[in-house]
Design a protein around this ligand. Structure first.
Ligand SMILES: Cc1cc2nc3c(=O)[nH]c(=O)nc-3n(C[C@H](O)[C@H](O)[C@H](O)COP(=O)(O)O)c2cc1C
Length: 185
């Protein structure tokens, strides 16, 4: 779907780093949001690109792998017919309650805005497989389904969106990895 892209950002992960795929999603998306702020167009690409061609431009260290790329550049403001069609067909809107799947008390505004921001997070094949639970002012992020091997990247992307949403409501939380899950304090 992407043509004439002249530049890409390579997301290279060190397989020895714990949870490198979630980190790659989180920091990759922070680049995407900053690029968007600069009015650049971006697209995460995990599958539909010439991986071997891209690898030629990258110096890998031991244990490093190319996980995804982000195409980046100036885009035409006017969408082509194909782009308009893809935009219409690619809809997968999740309601607030599909994303925040459980809560035991009134939902604070920082959680509400955090969840609204995760609804706007990109995900591979637009599957939106990340859900959240709220318990005693702690939020947990969870992968609900596999997504062709991209679920951990989707999770990292979604967690950044949640954190920025919470932050915009004045809640300076951070994600911590505990007992195999992600908790936001
Ligand atoms: C980890 C990841 C991998 C992706 N891989 C591809 C890809 O291989 N090809 C592609 O055209 N889009 C890819 N996308 C883009 C998603 O399909 C797109 O972000 C999603 O459908 C939402 O569309 P929107 O960003 O226009 O709302 C990927 C997105 C993510 C987050």
């Amino acid at each position: 779907m992407i043509s004439n892209a002249k530049s890409f950002i390579a997301l290279v992960g060190d397989k020895n780093i714990r949870n490198y795929k979630e980190k790659l999603g989180y920091y990759g998306e922070s680049i995407v949001l900053e690029a968007t702020n600069l009015k650049l167009g971006t697209c995460w690409i995990g599958g539909t690109y010439k991986k071997e061609e891209c690898k030629k431009y990258i110096e890998f260290k031991d244990n490093e792998e190319l996980v995804c790329i982000i195409a980046i550049g100036n885009v035409d403001k006017n969408l082509s017919i194909k782009e308009k069609l893809v935009k219409t067909l690619n809809k997968n809107e999740k309601s607030f309650n599909d994303i925040l799947i459980s809560h035991n008390k009134e939902i604070p505004s920082w959680v509400k805005v955090g969840i609204d921001c995760t609804a706007k997070a990109p995900s591979a094949l637009n599957k939106k497989i990340v859900a959240y639970k709220l318990k005693d002012n702690k939020v947990e992020a969870k992968i609900m389904k596999k997504n062709h091997g991209y679920e951990k990247i989707d999770l990292g992307i979604s967690m950044l969106h949640f954190q920025l949403g919470a932050y915009s409501e004045g809640y300076m939380g951070r994600w911590k990895y505990e007992n195999g899950g992600y908790i936001f304090y």
